[in-house]
Design a protein around this ligand. Structure first.
Ligand code: SF4
Length: 252
């Protein structure tokens, strides 16, 4: 996979702080990390072009309105007492090389720290895990690994994703693999294959998130006749029999 070059220099002078480009901030969520009151820091930049991307404005590494890391730390300081955890999401958080420093800084503030990644860069993921401060990692499982391009539009993108899934599972960290299901992009056979591949890698937990139209910029996906996305009871039972923990999110 061709990964565009990262910026070698910071765009914002900011003392000795990590020079992260923060594209968004959610002050509180209870769903992204079950059992935790979390803020979410959305980092700018992602090398993939998922057809249903709800965060397309975050995919370029630079964009108007990007917040310096120091300002984000001040926001987190102000959230003390309201949250106990911080999730780094994106975009793709491992796409910025100073992520490990930011993870350490937030952990030193006393917050539990989690990462949401697409697994596009196994080395950067390993560097994040090597900080030793992560308590939870959620990774996308976009499609069967050999069919990733169906969703990401990037040839061979399943190769680094498979390596990243292996790294997460081998690390022993609490984890969750997540698949967004749109019936015009993935078939039931694809879902069976994803479940089987993840189970073979030793994944403990897999969540299928049903596609939601709100926020999706692509009209043919929003208005597809294949919608609504749903998992019939017999398929649910079959998938639950393949992997240790299985959940469907977004059911009405
Ligand atoms: S990996 Fe995430 S941020 Fe990147 S294009 Fe796909 S959905 Fe968008």
């Amino acid at each position: 996979m061709d990964v565009p070059k990262r910026f070698p220099e910071p765009s914002t002078a900011d003392g000795d702080r990590p020079r992260l480009r923060v594209g968004g901030f959610e002050p509180l969520t209870t769903v992204e990390w079950p059992g935790r009151l979390s803020a979410v820091v959305f980092l700018q930049g992602c090398p993939w072009k998922c057809r249903y991307c709800h965060n397309a404005e975050l995919t370029p590494l630079t964009a108007a309105g990007v917040t310096p890391w120091s300002a984000t730390v001040r926001l987190l300081e102000a959230r003390r007492g309201f949250i106990d955890a911080v999730i780094f999401s994106g975009g793709e958080p491992t796409y910025q090389s100073q992520l490990p420093d930011a993870l350490r800084e937030v952990a030193a503030m006393g917050f539990a720290v989690a990462l949401q990644t697409n697994g596009c860069d196994p080395q950067a993921l390993q560097a994040a895990l090597d900080t030793g401060v992560l308590s939870f990692v959620a990774m996308d499982a976009k499609a069967p690994f050999d069919d990733y391009e169906l969703v990401t539009q990037i040839p061979s993108s399943g190769r680094p994703a498979r390596a990243s899934a292996r790294i997460i599972i081998a690390s022993g960290i609490a984890h969750e693999l997540r698949t967004t299901y749109h019936p015009a992009l993935l078939t039931h056979a694809h879902l069976r294959q994803i479940a089987t591949e993840l189970a073979e890698l030793g994944a403990r937990r897999w969540v299928v998130q049903l596609f939601r139209s709100e926020g999706c910029p692509v009209r043919w996906l929003r208005e597809s006749v294949a919608l609504p996305a749903r998992i019939p009871p017999d398929l649910h039972e079959e998938l639950a029999g393949i992997i240790e923990e299985f959940e469907v999110r977004g059911e009405e």
